[in-house]
Design a protein around this ligand. Structure first.
Ligand code: SAM
Length: 280
């Protein structure tokens, strides 16, 4: 019998440990172990990898990650009520699961992880976006992680993978696609969760590129992208006016028409513009 078979069904875990879902913690649980296994498989080959999981809750995805052969799972959970349920998983898997209680926005788990590291999470959506931005903007690249497999509200997932000219295209797409390959690997209806949220969800898988896709200084790229999209309806010659002198010339030198709007400009062109802005 495998370890996963010795553990009770998740509905039973929830009943035994009194894990009624709390809205304040964004708790929408995945109780179907076939589904959590499917999500865990999207995280790539876990054999020989440490996995950082944020917000394991009753442990459905955690079980999937361990069953997929993760060398070690480090899970950070804010809700202390979940800890006894997670301890049962840890003993079924010979201590391959370590749980840290606390807020993932405040804990630095890196000293407990050994590369190669993959990240997987079904998180509250606001926490997920904040962590994604942090993971995409470390002081040094490549980052600590090889891949991120994260659940988002469908609309946020679409913003991460958006292409120029679409409504969803903006800062998040540029940030994600500059240093990672990002794709939506699974769509989930509200009914997949207990209790069901109001919106549909999607799992995004991001693989870190060894180097950014095009050269650019991160701070300058961030500045031009932010200025362009803060006034996305305006032509770039107006929205970027304050960024550098001779902006129209710099736009042209980067191959961008000054009359274009940010949402039409590709990542490659934004990086070219950041390089032009960096020139004296
Ligand atoms: N991963 C579980 C699943 O798929 O069933 C639970 C998902 S539920 C959407 C989000 C989980 O994240 C909850 O267990 C919640 O307590 C936890 N959580 C919320 N905010 C957190 C934070 N800032 N740090 C760590 N965990 C958090």
């Amino acid at each position: 019998m495998s370890a996963i078979d010795t553990l009770p069904p998740l509905r039973e875990v929830i009943a035994t440990h009194g894990l009624s879902a709390r809205k304040s913690l964004g708790q929408n649980f995945l109780l179907d172990l076939n589904l959590t296994a499917k999500i865990a498989r999207q995280a790539g080959n876990l054999t020989g990898c440490d996995v950082l999981e944020i917000g394991p809750g009753p442990g459905g995805l955690t079980r999937g990650l361990l069953a997929e052969g993760a060398r070690h799972v480090l899970a950070i959970e804010k809700d202390p009520r979940c800890l006894p349920a997670l301890a049962e998983i840890s003993s079924a898997y010979d201590g391959k699961l370590t749980v840290m209680e606390g807020d993932a926005l405040e804990i630095n788990p890196l000293e407990h992880l050994t590369p190669p590291i993959r990240v997987a999470a079904n998180l509250p959506y606001n926490v997920g976006t904040e962590l994604l931005v942090r993971w995409l903007t470390p002081a040094e690249w490549p980052p600590f992680w090889q891949s991120l497999t994260l659940m988002f509200q469908r609309e946020v997932a679409e913003r991460i993978v958006a292409v120029p000219g679409s409504k969803a295209y903006g800062r998040l797409a540029l940030l994600a696609q500059w240093r990672a390959d990002a794709r939506i690997v699974l769509h989930l209806p509200p009914e997949a969760f207990t209790p069901p949220p109001k919106v549909s969800s999607a799992v995004v898988h991001l693989t870190a590129l060894p180097e950014p896709r095009f050269p650019a200084d991160p701070a300058i790229l961030n500045r031009v992208v932010a200025a362009g999209f803060n006034q996305r309806r305006k032509m770039l010659r107006a929205s970027l006016k304050g960024v550098a002198p001779d902006m129209e010339d710099r736009l042209r030198a980067a191959g961008i028409k000054p009359t274009e709007r940010a949402e039409q400009v590709s990542l490659e062109a934004f990086c070219a513009l950041a390089r032009e802005v960096a020139k004296k």
